[in-house]
Design a protein around this ligand. Sequence first.
Ligand code: SF4
Ligand code: SF4
Length: 230
Amino acid sequence: MLVSELKPFEDILEYLDGEKNVFLVGCKGCAEACQTGGEAQVLEMKQKLEEEEKAITGYTIIDFACEKALVASKLRGHWSEVMDADSLLVMSCGIGVQATSAVIDKVVHPACNTISLGGAVGTWPGSERCRQCGDCVLDLTAGICPLTACTKGLLNGPCGGAKDGKCEFEPEVRDCGWHLIYERLKKLGQLDKMREIAPLKDRSKMQPPKHLRSTIMWALEQEEREVAPR
Ligand code: SF4
Ligand code: SF4
């Protein structure tokens, strides 16, 4: 799930400065769930832009705007409306914007900002996050992930900014991840683990391992690269 929020309307108008005709693209996936790119938001955007004297040549809502084949197929169904537009305004995460841009030789503007979650959530989303680092250190950290619980992703203890158990970034709402780890280790009688140094992260392990690159997704992408090199 990618989380997005609509950009301020003034920013969108600035992108569209000098352009009259616009085609709108929404997304029924994450963007609809975030209420940034579902049909209701696309129609609202259409109305607001028309009030600013923009001509909306048409719109479409794609099941998953991150899937280039779906984007291309949907746009083909609106070909003349797309061709009549000076640009496309894409109401989705950054991946949907990139996917749209990849399948059409037209100016594409983003309508949303994609918000970092600091790592992936589980299928049943909760507050825990995993950055899929490929070398889990939860054993050292009492089951709290330092890469995601600490705002800086520090691996071996806190920075100097924590105060009263709160993170220096957003002390009003955010606990210091390393304070949480310390407290949990203390409760478990494992404070000696604070002295253990976690090995440096091998960032290459944050990429899919070779044996997983033969999954259907990787195979399809590889084939796409070989058939249509860009
Ligand atoms: S240490 Fe790595 S594998 Fe373990 S929870 Fe954190 S990011 Fe995920
Ligand atoms: S205050 Fe705590 S959570 Fe925030 S960056 Fe420093 S160590 Fe990480």
